[in-house]
Write a protein that binds this ligand. Structure first.
Ligand code: ATP
Ligand code: LTN
Length: 349
């Protein structure tokens, strides 16, 4: 059975095995740790929506990952629902996608312990995200932060996903997942896991900070003007774009040596789906002011309908909970079967 956005249940179309090519599975997730920003949208969620009809998709709200750094319990619970509402508001369609909360499928945590026992510590010590998040506090940081990539690998491997659409910052984690799957499969001489591939787009995989375009746009940046949040209103967007760092050249051209304007132009390119040449022609003879006004208009036009739908969804939390419960129920059997396979080959039970 499949559920549509209005939450009615309708039967899956009857397809014969011969006429229906089996769709490849996509899996991805985002941590419910605060406001989502334009980088999360253009680097991840929008790509999920664009290709959703082609795949059998599973999108997760990875709350177990969110507790690897301090987070208030009430805020975590609310952010988890907010992220689910954003997924739907951004256009994920329940005819093609299953959405669930990671902690609702306990197989993830159980598989993670077992897979940690097959993960060389050196692999985890090499993870750049761990190093940057741990900073100087290496002795006091939660152990979960170190083991984070194993849980992420289990998310993907338990559901036997083929593709993992993410932003560029997750490249190393997907490489780790592939290495772990291959190591486990070859250790036991069995194809327990599908070895997944990343899906990282060329444009949009790394949206940069508005105030320092050499850093990626990030939820955890202390400067709120460094990012456009998906729930920012038109006035806030206007102010943030007006303040966004550019340079003194005043030429609206795609030049990667001028990272500020290059980043803003890449955002415009993604929103308008025009080529760089078309955009340069549009702004030939015009200055940064004209360009920033056009960019602001595009951003508001893209985000306003998402925000309206988001508020509708958040006003009916029981319906949202129901969608998430149905999602967890639908994905659990594959996760349970993979976990059983892991336990069998390892000799547990
Ligand atoms: P933080 O920076 O605090 O770790 P984040 O903003 O990177 O958080 P995540 O939850 O780690 O957010 O990322 C969710 C998804 O968004 C991932 O697929 C990630 O690759 C993608 N993503 C995050 N930031 C960007 C960005 N600046 N540009 C493109 N994609 C991004
Ligand atoms: N580490 C990812 C979030 C994440 C994820 C996943 C992404 C957790 N499990 C599985 C893809 C597939 C991040 O974006 N910070």
């Amino acid at each position: 059975m499949a559920v549509n956005m209005n939450n009615d249940v309708k039967p899956e179309p009857a397809l014969s095995a011969a006429s229906a090519p089996v769709k490849k599975r996509v899996f991805s997730g985002i941590q419910p740790t605060g406001n989502l920003h334009l980088g999360n949208y253009l680097g991840a969620i929008r790509n999920w929506t664009q290709t959703q009809a082609q795949y059998d998709n599973i999108f997760c709200i990875v709350d177990l990952h969110a507790i690897t750094l301090p987070i208030d319990p009430k805020e975590l619970h609310r952010s988890t629902r907010q992220l689910a509402a954003i997924y739907l508001a951004a256009g994920l369609d329940l005819r093609y996608c299953k959405l669930f909360i990671q902690s609702h499928v306990r197989e993830h945590a159980e598989a993670s312990w077992i897979m940690e026992c097959f993960t060389p510590l050196g692999w985890l010590n090499r993870m750049t995200q761990f190093k940057s998040k741990a900073g100087e506090n290496i002795e006091s940081v939660p152990t979960g932060l170190l083991c984070y990539p194993v849980l992420m690998a289990c998310d993907i491997l338990l559901h036997q996903a083929h593709y993992v659409p993410v932003g560029d910052d997750q490249r190393q984690h997907i490489e780790f997942t592939r290495d772990l799957a291959q190591r486990f499969n070859s250790h036991f001489g069995q194809q327990v896991f599908i070895v997944p591939q990343d899906q990282i787009r060329e444009v949009g995989a790394r949206i940069m900070s508005l105030d320092d375009p050499t850093k990626k746009m990030s939820k955890s940046d202390p400067n709120p003007n460094s990012r456009i949040n998906l729930l920012d209103d038109a006035k806030t967007i206007t102010q943030k774009i007006e303040r966004a760092t550019t340079d003194s050249e005043r030429l609206v051209t795609f030049d990667s040596n001028r990272p500020g304007i290059y980043n803003l132009l890449s955002i415009y390119q993604l929103l308008t789906e025009q080529s760089p040449q078309q955009i340069e022609d549009e702004f030939a003879g015009k200055g940064y002011g004209d360009f920033k006004a056009a960019l602001t208009e595009q951003l508001v036009a893209t985000l306003a309908p998402i925000q309206a739908r988001y508020h509708e969804l958040m006003n009916d939390l029981p319906a949202l909970e129901n969608i998430l419960k149905q999602g967890a129920d639908a994905v659990r059997p594959t996760a349970a079967a993979t976990l059983q396979r892991i336990k069998d080959v390892v000799g547990l039970g």
